[in-house]
Design a protein around this ligand. Structure first.
Ligand code: GDP
Ligand code: IMO
Ligand code: MG
Length: 426
């Protein structure tokens, strides 16, 4: 059975969870590889809506192993409340496995995230993070002062690490960020001890779980969070997240080699959205942008913030295909563009009098890029359609043009939020 990495190919919220949920029916294992509870993954099944932040979106099918890999940063309080929420809905979570190597989000990470953003906002320099402590947690990981899940089960080691960190973080909060908030190491130790007891049954060496599943020929899905342009290396730095949402991130974040991946699926929307700050060449500041936001319910899953909306950008699409080696595109939310006389695709940027087709590294250059649009015919309501053949010709032309420009085939088309509102293109 093939292994598939499913990533966001834009700025996140492309509908990755919906695709994971659909593919999970035939899969055996679903693995989250990076990010944390900054992610908000929505699955709609027969009128019920489920929101996941740390738990893989495959959990709705019973018996599927759901792995939170070593590359994820785990807020124990967050994951426990997700577990409780699922149990209350009678969903079996006994198949959950949490990597002993994953780093822990600590209360001071959240306070530092908030402090840095609040101060930066005074000069308009905030990133617009989810304030979940993701950046500060990955900073500690890279600095080698982070605390991992396995540390929870070595009481003295854990206590020592918390005490050392609290000393440094309290000083940062007080002297660098001028904040009143101070943390009590002993209180954190006591609280995390309780979390540790509850989480123990799920903790494992997940690199073994994943490797063995692949060796046994089981179908393994790797569930990306965020999106390509939020990648720490390849995204619109510094307006990015602190992990690697591209397909390469799945290898590191799950502890597998690249030879073990068969398919790389990039999830895109038929248009594009962004939450938080940073450049966005095809952003719409008009009534079409508002209409897409309303029709597509484009409000953040985690923070409720309105998402910025714009036309499909094929420069970004090609960038994602190239940097993630995509073998398939799943194109969601085509239904949202209904009843527009014309739809537009950005085919290139005009930069300093020249046409460019490559996404620039410098934000200053990107700000100067003007999208070059191609106009295509619009379509009506397609939310009831379930086969490619039944799609209007205008939709087929839109899909073909996106395939040509991005250099990758579209194999799935989303026509609504529900599990069944999806067209498979053979
Ligand atoms: P993720 O973070 O990539 O998993 O995406 P989110 O869950 O944050 O946002 C995607 C939103 O679009 C969710 O509310 C989904 O239920 C919804 N959605 C997914 N696919 C489609 C689609 O094809 N059409 C419509 N109308 N909604 C969709
Ligand atoms: P899913 O998995 C969309 C954005 C934030 C902010 C930037 C940095 O649901 O697609 P962070 O809290 O990570 O330090 O914030 O990244 N961001 C997302 N945007 N979807 C997400 O996840 C996101 N996770 C983070 O809005 O601009
Ligand atoms: Mg989301």
């Amino acid at each position: 059975m093939p292994t598939k990495v499913i990533i966001g190919a834009q700025w996140g919220d492309e509908g990755k969870a919906k695709i994971i949920d659909i593919l999970s029916e035939k899969a055996d294992v679903v693995v989250r590889c990076q990010g944390g509870n900054n992610a908000g993954h929505t699955v709609a099944v027969d009128g019920d809506v489920y929101k996941f932040q740390l738990i893989p979106s495959g959990i709705l099918y019973s018996g599927k192993k759901c792995v939170v890999g070593n590359g994820v940063v785990i807020d124990p309080e967050g994951i426990l409340s997700e577990i409780d929420g699922l149990v209350a809905k009678h969903i079996d979570v006994s198949t959950l496995r949490i990597s002993s190597r994953a780093h822990l989000v600590m209360p001071y990470h959240k306070a530092l995230d908030k402090a840095k953003e609040t101060i930066a906002a005074q000069d308009g320099k905030d990133i617009g993070t989810t304030m979940k402590g993701i950046g500060p947690c990955y900073m500690d990981k890279a600095e080698r002062s982070g605390i991992r899940v396995c540390d929870l089960y070595h009481e003295e080691v854990f206590a020592q690490k918390v005490r050392e960190n609290v000393k440094v973080k309290n000083a940062m909060l007080k002297y660098v960020y001028n904040q009143e908030i101070q943390f009590d190491a002993e209180e954190i130790i006591t609280n995390y001890k309780k979390y540790a007891e509850r989480l123990k049954q799920y903790v494992d060496d997940t690199t073994v779980t994943v490797y063995e599943a692949i060796k046994e020929g089981k179908e393994v899905l790797f569930e990306g969070a965020q999106g390509t342009l939020l990648d720490l290396d390849l995204g619109t730095y510094p307006y990015v997240t602190s992990s690697h949402p591209i397909t390469g991130g799945a290898c590191i974040g799950a502890g597998i080699g690249p030879t073990m991946i068969d398919e790389c699926i990039g999830v895109m929307k038929g248009y594009i959205t962004r939450v938080g700050k940073g450049p966005f060449p095809t952003e719409l500041h008009d009534e079409i942008g508002d209409r897409i936001r309303e029709e597509g319910h484009e409000f953040g899953t985690v923070t409720g913030r309105p998402r910025r909306c714009g036309w499909f950008d094929a420069v970004i699409g090609e960038f994602a295909v190239r940097t993630s080696g995509l073998t398939q595109i799943a194109l969601n939310k085509i239904d949202v563009l209904k009843d527009l006389e014309k739809v537009k695709i950005c085919v290139a940027y005009e930069f300093n009098g020249e046409r460019i087709k490559y996404f620039p590294a410098s934000l200053e250059d990107l700000e100067l890029c003007k999208p070059v649009y191609e106009e295509l015919e619009g379509w009506g309501d397609i939310s009831h359609i379930r086969t490619y053949q039944e799609l209007p010709e205008s939709v087929k032309k839109y899909l073909t043009r996106i395939e040509e420009l991005c250099g990758c085939k579209i194999t799935m088309v989303g026509v609504g939020p529900n599990r069944d509102q999806n067209i498979i293109i053979e």
